[in-house]
Write a protein that binds this ligand. Sequence first.
Ligand SMILES: Cc1ncc(COP(=O)(O)O)c(C=O)c1O
Length: 381
Amino acid sequence: MDDRFIPYGRQFIDEEDIKSVVEVLRSDFITQGSKIPEFEEKLASYCGAKHAVVFNSGTSALHGAYFALGLSKNDEFITTPITFVATANAGLYLGAKPIFVDVEPDTGNIDVNKIEEKITEKTKLISVVHYAGHPVDLEKVKLIADKYGLKVVEDACHALGAKYKGEKIGSCKYSDATVFSFHPVKHITTGEGGAVLTNDKEVYEKLLMFRNHGITKDKNKFLNKPQGDWYYEMQFLGYNYRMTDIQAALGISQLKKLDKFVEKRREIAKIYNEAFKNNPYFDIPVEKEYAFHSYHLYPVRLKDKTKKKEIFNKLRQNGIGIQVHYIPVYLQPYYQNLGYKKGICPLAEDFYEREISLPIYPKMEHRDIIYVAKKLLQDKN
Ligand SMILES: Cc1ncc(COP(=O)(O)O)c(C=O)c1O
């Protein structure tokens, strides 16, 4: 018995990161200083998008993206049940109704071929999630969106550093906005934090106001005559969703290491893939021909779902912090109270019943990867 605990994900912080944060702490501005625009420019440039707006979480960034794209009361938006609740909740904040579309059994991503049948006159937007870091087939989503005049949001909280048809996720080539999270288990961290990327200037400007109470200080945009240099205007109801300069400094420093982090995640996935090749007990993640996977998660799918609880408990007892991603959103009590019924997305429910996420993070030691692989193969039956 080993007394180490191997988490499913964790941050990688080095001395350079710490130095960057301390520098800001010693400076004049610990929030709303120069680190925010610097992080935004570097993030946009990394992804190949025109604009980035950072937020204090991925959830607030999703809220901002949906708002800036015009999602509002009584609208419907299409999304996946295999995601963190935030993807759907952010639409509920605006009074819109999430419509859940079933998933592909292999990637766990929204089944693009099932989107069209769920579109109604009320549909405004499609929000896809690149589950685990495997991109959704975006070209197909864009074709549907264009046919019906819908907006597309990529919830890319799992997919910083991933690519679709050679193009970085975040370029917004096939979408109106892309959202990232910088929670510690994600590809890079700012503690808490998030961002929206877009190529649309109007959306960009709305996002800037949305994260700051709906306020503008740009005199060219004032609705009323300015009364003096102190003047600012609140033009719609926004929030305080601002990130601090302390966090942005950490983000800038982390971004320099992002490619290495993704490379390390892909190496771990390769070791797992090799260890689990042809095993009769569970299926391993796929990487379709259009995808460059960034492996935020390494989800395996048990062939015999009756074994899940036992395997989960045994691995936990062996110090392996496996997780489950995700309980289909609409099965949560809050969503059940809204009237969503069990059975609306059978493949998502089946995916949930089979899925277990194995530890994967850049700092993961080789002996731990081997230990996890060995234990899973021992405990599978
Ligand atoms: C797919 C997805 N969307 C949204 C979020 C929300 O991000 P945050 O925790 O930064 O608010 C997460 C975070 O876990 C996520 O995994």
